[in-house]
Design a protein around this ligand. Structure first.
Ligand SMILES: [Cu+2]
Length: 288
């Protein structure tokens, strides 16, 4: 009996140690909070979300982490209990108990409840993603080997441009991060529903923007569509996320989210600076 108590104390210490590690992990996520729009050295967390979809994904991810740590700790406790309290030395005559209705119902019902608790926010994210709100601005995004091009509709001027990787001196002067900055940026107004129609001209690419919480495949001959509403002004970086060939790593994505006035000014300038889209052919699929 005395021995069992000593074992129990030892087990108790392991449990406290495990809980401390879990607590450190959980607070660690907050301590290593990432920058906005681009990764940071020693980043532990996801990039800061700037859209509703990204925020919901972010919160869901953290909820899952908490549930996961709880389950891991419970299993650890049970394992240690078996190892230290129910080994051959401390229990020479093992119990022959089988079947316990309450226990069996509990270990069926509790996992079901956990899955339901996970399903609710999971379906909420799905609902937000698929809500397909009415677009304020529609931009066509085309993946090329190896750069992105953007086409803006007639309502804002009807122009198109390419966005290539900023390299060498140009990148240094821009103050933008290496391998993530582009010479031309996709510019969108803040707090407006922006829909992108994504396709590719040659091979498959994927337009991915971590702080907006989505990536969408760019497939030749197909038009994929997604929406976002950036809630904070700033410059956000993403990358092609479909292994598309030799220079896959060198076709980054830069989106600048600006105020309404700044967006008007940008389109006015872009109209004269970039190539016009001819109005004869329908370049945009009809959008709601
Ligand atoms: Cu690509």
């Amino acid at each position: 009996m005395g021995m069992a108590r000593a074992q129990h104390r030892r087990f108790g210490r392991s449990f406290v140690g495990g809980a401390a590690i879990a607590a450190a992990l959980l607070t660690g996520t907050a301590a290593f909070a990432a920058g906005t729009g681009q990764p940071e050295p020693w980043q532990m967390d996801l990039q800061k979300p700037v859209t509703e979809v990204a925020t919901e994904i972010y919160n869901f991810h953290h909820l899952l982490n908490v549930i996961m740590v709880g389950i891991v700790l419970l299993v650890l406790v049970l394992l240690l209990l078996v190892i230290f309290r129910f080994n051959e030395r401390s229990q020479p005559n093992p119990s022959r108990t089988t079947h316990n209705t309450i226990l069996e119902v509990a270990w069926t019902v509790v996992p079901v409840l956990i899955l339901v608790a996970i399903a609710i926010p999971s379906f909420r994210v799905l609902r937000t993603q698929l809500s397909d709100p009415k677009a304020d601005l529609m931009v066509k995004v085309i993946g090329h080997a190896w750069y992105w091009s953007y086409e803006y509709p007639q309502e804002v001027g009807g122009f198109k441009f390419d966005a290539n990787l900023l390299e060498g001196e140009d990148q240094e002067k821009s103050g933008q991060p290496k391998l993530l900055a582009t010479d031309n940026e996709m510019v969108v107004p803040v707090n407006k529903i922006v829909k992108i129609q994504v396709t590719a001209a040659d091979v498959m690419h994927s337009w991915a923007m971590p702080s907006f919480g989505f990536k969408i495949d760019a497939i030749p001959g197909r038009l994929n569509q997604f929406w976002f509403k950036a809630e904070r002004e700033g410059t956000y970086h993403g990358q092609c996320s479909e292994l598309c060939g030799q220079r896959h790593a060198y076709m980054p994505i830069t989106v600048r989210v600006v105020s309404d006035e700044a967006f008007q000014a940008w389109t006015a300038e872009a109209k004269t600076k970039f190539a016009r889209i001819d109005t004869s052919g329908a370049k945009f699929a009809s959008a709601r």
